[in-house]
Design a protein around this ligand. Structure first.
Ligand code: ZN
Ligand code: ZN
Length: 87
C-alpha cells in the first residue's frame, strides 16, 4: 500500500500552531530534506537518527515548521494518506 503526505503534495496546509506562542506556522519542507547526510544541522543528531525508520513505519511525514510570529522552528508530524482514500 502506498501512502503520501498531503502537505508534500500540496493537498493540505500545515495546521499546527506554534508550541511557544500558539500562532500559525508555515511549512519549511520535509525534515528529511533538512536533515540529509550533508545537512549542516548536526546539532539535532538525535532526531536525525530516528528519521527514515520513524516516518516509514508510522506512515507519517515529519515536516519542519516555522512560526510566523516568533520564528521558532519545530517539527510537525503529518499523517500520510493511504492510497485507498484517493479513489
Ligand atoms: Zn510531507
Ligand atoms: Zn511562535
Amino acid at each position: 500500500m502506498t501512502s503520501l503526505c498531503p502537505v508534500c503534495n500540496g493537498l493540505e496546509n500545515i495546521t499546527k500552531t506554534c508550541p511557544q506562542c500558539r500562532a500559525a506556522s508555515e511549512d519549511l519542507g520535509r525534515m528529511s530534506d533538512w536533515f540529509g547526510p550533508y545537512s549542516p544541522y548536526r546539532e539535532i543528531d538525535d532526531l536525525k537518527m530516528t528519521n527514515g525508520c520513524l516516518d516509514r513505519t508510522n506512515h507519517t511525514c515529519i515536516h519542519m515548521c516555522q512560526c510566523t510570529v516568533c520564528g521558532l522552528n519545530f517539527l510537525c508530524e503529518i499523517e500520510e494518506w493511504q492510497s485507498h482514500e484517493f479513489r
